[in-house]
Design a protein around this ligand. Sequence first.
Ligand SMILES: C[S@@+](CC[C@H](N)C(=O)[O-])C[C@H]1O[C@@H](n2cnc3c(N)ncnc32)[C@H](O)[C@@H]1O
Length: 205
Amino acid sequence: MLDHKGFDLWADGYDKSVGLSEEDGAYPFAGYKQILNEIYNRVLEGKGKAVLDLGFGTATLTAQLYRQGCAIWGQDFSERMIELAKKKMPAAKLYQGDFSKGLVEALEQNRYDAIVATYSLHHLMDRQKVHFLKNLLPLLNEGGCIYIGDVAFESRTELEIQRGLIGDEWDDEEIYFVVDELLKTFPQMRFEKFSFCSGLLSLKG
Ligand SMILES: C[S@@+](CC[C@H](N)C(=O)[O-])C[C@H]1O[C@@H](n2cnc3c(N)ncnc32)[C@H](O)[C@@H]1O
């Protein structure tokens, strides 16, 4: 699994490499732009404009929301990603921190209309995902929502089928979302499939 230094090295070439995989409709980024667009539209349709982005990377999503007047907070552990994102969103409050250890304190003090995480939380183990999401829910303002766009499957069986089809390209170090397992803890979670390997999970407070 890439640590923060690995992401520092990937940062400058990140947009290009995502673009290539997305254009091919290939794993892991098939559906990436559609998912980000959908989250963008839903956040702007929402009541408020306070947005927290977890693992914002080069700020592909949040820089667009920032341009539309959203107030952006974020946490990422890569110094280089933070530098790149800061250039696009100078007034955003961006913090360096490993979310496997939770949110940095300053972010815990605030409340958000939307909490977004695209292609980042698959770095958490399944039980860490559940724990983290439980801790995020109370940080939502009334009517707020958590949006997760990522590699995701409806069931473990579906994940295993795709793992077999994808073969050597499959990244065993990433821990993808399995929706029916998460529904046991979060029955209100909604899943919309965007490609054979990706989807949008939304979780209201
Ligand atoms: C694949 S990129 C996704 C970036 C962006 N959200 C997007 O959709 O293009 C994953 C991002 O999550 C960050 N990240 C991964 N694991 C993390 C962790 N444990 N704590 C904080 N940030 C993490 C990486 O530094 C990177 O910026």
